[in-house]
Write a protein of this length. Structure first.
Ligand code: SF4
Lengths: 235, 558
């Protein structure tokens, strides 16, 4: 039996195959190594692709999201995971509680000074390659709270972001669209633009000894990690 | 044709009996009251910073003001001021404000913590944001901002442009040996701020003795978005209303908007058309159902860890409500539908369709509630897990200023919709749900039954709206383009939000923006009681208790 044409049972029947193994193998030479899937490919039982492309394809189609709720946008994010919008249709519906198991982080909300270092830490704990979807105006610019004394003017000040989804909050459809766009980019092997991140975690001892640092010198150890917010330079 | 239920603060003060009430208060305080500083909602007495505990305990024990609902601190040119807004659980319209001024150079006043436990966090917040210091306070440190923060952002001389440093080492890896106490064999455990059980970005520092919780301390402020500053920068007429949507963001938007609408309407003396009040009442109760549904779904998630059945069912129902609300307001979550003096627009056309859709939801609701009862509350395992865990005695609940379903689950019969009526609630037929269990189970049941009561309210509102004569459908009162309440007017008003008493204090400074805008968040007070509820219990019960408090961090941190 040649594998040039798929067996009739593949395109003809929708009934569940309940045949015995012998019947499935069929007459003649034993071609049990030719799976139905392989046969469906037609003439040659191989797909030729670059390994990188294959990996990108796999990555794009199986994204593990980080279960990460910050503010109002996380409610719409939960709606996107839940029935009706069902993010799982696109292979991205199983939020992982641990950053070490996640590929994609949706940042759903306002980042304030106290949370900045934490978010950075969570991001650092995710294995490479990792991707970030910024959800809502707050992650773009601080949104409605942009003028607040405590609000970081966009998540991009701290971590790189691949896709921005605008809205306050974005509708679940918009988030879906964003996730799909991200999939597309991953499949095409594109990565996020390199941005300068003004806020980094640094060791306290490495900071310039200005007025603020000297004031806090008695409270903070030299090798403690700190994040320094220069509000005056923020947009 | 208005009932005028919205605008009666002055009338309340003048009602028979209140004169004597004030006289009684005056004689109770005696010499200690050095001046009067009346607020629109309550008589106010100025006292010395050293008399706080004395006066407050007298007011509680002798005059029955057992609810310290809020502590507001603010800075004037020449002084700092802490205001203690006190009420009675039995009658929240009976209020009194205690004003404690201190000098600018030495802003120290006595703490109220020994009298009311709830003052603990409230005073820490006042210290953090405004800079008033409280003597005798057990643990006066920053609560919302990082500990290394410089300056007090709501004080007059704060410079927002100055750089700030935040450390990451505040709470170390729990597995480190030094967290094992050699003698008592306890272990320190961090829960959060990124953790699935904390409903957002809450951080709970826990000390465990085996599996038992020896000590818990919620650490908040990971979502402190400067809501008060934002509201102080907005004009009364339009710029403040969008913010309340973002306090309690679990679809409770309209309930929060009502808090602002109520306070500003009382402050500027605006009468809301009756028709608009009915729409408000209906919308607000829809929000309450949506909010309680989420509470139920996430509670099931906390207790069973199941992401499938209950959670998905509650989200199915929320989607239906959000569709209805979207038809009404134009948005799924951040409605911005209330206006000062009414609502933005009338019901969507065709009206019949809207009524039909809403009625369909109400008709299906009993079956759904039955389903939840089969799935959750009737489930024996669930009951074993929740009954008699996280017990919050009614007296303790009052001491902590708990309100909403948390207090009502402990048998405290306190619901501002009935006790301090606003909107159209007074004319409708519904009941306040209370439960005596005082445990996690009681709180869940309380919310479930409140959903049914809300459905009753919506049903009656629909009937009224359907029959309303076409030419009397006023959705907004006539409100001037800019509102400038008289300088120095102060008011504190609260409504029954999804989580409890959501209050707002405004002091006007004569301009079109508030001089001070303070939010009294129910979750903030409720969360404080977590310690009481979970110490000595197992760690899974701590998670369940936290879930049953139904906090939302946007409102805790503001
Ligand atoms: S973008 Fe809007 S909805 Fe989203 S977190 Fe910010 S304020 Fe909330």
């Amino acid at each position: 039996m040649s594998s040039d044409e798929p067996r009739q049972t593949i395109y003809d029947s929708t009934a569940p195959s309940t045949d015995t193994r012998d019947a499935r193998i069929g007459e003649g030479v034993d071609d049990r190594f030719n799976s139905k899937l392989r046969e469906a490919f037609g003439a040659s039982p191989f797909i030729l692709t670059k390994f990188d492309e294959f990996m990108n394809w796999v990555r794009g189609n199986s994204m593990f999201m980080l279960q990460f709720g910050i503010a109002c946008c996380s409610i719409e994010m939960m709606h996107t995971y839940a029935i009706k919008h069902d993010l799982d249709r696109f292979g991205a519906g199983v939020p992982r509680a641990s950053p070490r198991q996640a590929d994609v982080m949706i940042v759903p909300g306002t980042i304030v000074s106290k949370f900045g270092p934490r978010m950075k830490r969570v991001y650092d704990q995710m294995p490479e390659p990792k991707f970030v979807v910024g959800m809502g105006s707050c992650t773009i610019s601080g949104g409605p709270f942009q003028e607040g004394y405590n609000v970081v003017k966009g998540a991009e000040e701290i971590i790189p972001i691949d896709i921005h989804v605008p809205g306050c909050p974005p509708r679940p459809e918009a988030l879906l669209y964003g996730v799909l766009k991200l999939q597309e980019r991953i499949k095409n092997g594109e990565s996020s633009a390199v941005v300068v991140k003004p806020y980094e975690l640094e060791e306290f001892g490495d900071l310039q000894k200005d007025e603020l640092v000297q004031k806090l010198a008695s409270e903070i150890d030299e090798d403690d990690l700190v994040m320094r917010y220069n509000w005056a330079d923020s947009p | 044709m208005s009932t005028g239920t919205e605008t009666e603060p002055e009338a309340e003060l003048a009602e028979p009996g209140s004169e004597t009430n004030e006289a009684a208060l005056e004689s109770l305080l005696g010499e200690r009251a050095i001046a009067r500083d009346d607020h629109l909602n309550a008589p106010g007495f100025v006292i010395n910073p050293n008399d706080v505990q004395d006066v407050l305990s007298d007011l509680r024990d002798e005059a029955g003001y057992d609810h310290l609902s809020c502590v507001t601190a603010q800075q004037y040119e020449d002084r700092y001021e802490s205001i203690y807004h006190m009420k009675k659980f039995a009658d929240p319209t009976d209020e009194v404000s205690i004003v404690v001024p201190t000098t600018v150079d030495d802003p120290v006043s006595q703490s109220a913590e020994p009298v009311f436990r709830t003052a603990d966090w409230h005073e820490r917040e006042a210290y953090d944001l405004v800079g008033v210091e409280y003597e005798d306070h057990p643990d006066l440190r920053r609560i919302l901002l990082p500990e290394t923060w410089q300056g007090h952002p709501l004080s007059k001389d704060y410079d927002q442009e100055k750089p700030q440093l935040v450390t990451l080492t505040e709470h170390q890896n729990p597995i480190q040996p030094d967290h094992h106490d050699a003698e008592s064999d306890t272990m320190f455990l961090n829960i959060g701020p990124h953790h699935p059980a904390t409903h957002g970005v809450l951080h709970v520092k826990t000390v465990l003795d085996g599996e038992t919780v020896a000590d818990v301390e919620p650490d908040i402020g990971y979502l402190h978005r400067c809501e008060e500053q934002m509201c102080e920068q907005g004009t009364y007429r339009h710029q403040i209303m969008p913010y309340p949507d973002r306090w309690d963001y679990v679809s409770a938007g309209l309930l929060n908007e009502w808090a602002y609408a109520r306070v500003i309407e009382d402050l500027a003396d605006i009468e809301v058309p009756e028709y608009a009040q009915i729409i408000r009442t209906m919308g607000a109760e829809l929000c309450r159902i949506a909010s309680h549904m989420l509470a139920l779904g996430t509670f099931a998630l906390d207790v069973y860890g199941e992401f499938t059945a209950t959670f998905m069912y509650t989200f199915r129902d929320r989607e239906v409500i959000q569709d209805i609300l979207e038809d009404l307001t134009g948005q799924r979550m951040m409605f911005n539908y209330f206006r000062v003096g009414g609502v933005a627009w009338d019901l969507p056309e065709p009206r019949e369709e809207f009524f039909e859709q809403t009625r369909e939801f109400l008709n299906e609701l009993p079956a759904k509630v039955g389903e939840y009862n089969d799935l959750i509350t009737g489930n024996e395992i669930f009951q074993t897990r929740c009954i008699d865990t996280g017990v919050l005695e009614p007296e303790v609940a009052k001491d902590y200023g708990c309100t909403g379903p948390v207090a009502r689950g402990s048998g405290v019969d306190y619901d501002l919709r009935r006790d301090d009526p606003y909107g159209y609630y007074e004319q409708l037929d519904w009941d306040v749900i209370t439960r005596d269990g005082a445990d996690n189970y009681a709180r869940v049941l309380c919310r479930m039954e409140e959903v049914e009561e809300s459905a009753k309210i919506i049903e009656q509102c629909l009937d009224l709206l359907e029959d309303w004569p076409e030419d009397e459908r006023d959705v907004q009162a006539n409100v001037p383009r800019t509102l400038k309440p008289d300088a120095g007017t102060e008011i504190y008003r609260a409504v029954e939000g999804a989580k409890g008493e959501l209050g707002i204090y405004i002091r006007s400074d004569g301009s079109d923006k508030p001089g001070r805008f303070k939010i009294r968040s129910p979750c903030f007070s409720n969360l404080q009681a977590l310690e009481e509820m979970s110490e000595g219990e197992y760690i899974p019960d701590l998670i369940a208790s936290l879930g049953s408090l139904d906090i939302v961090l946007g409102e805790v941190d503001r």
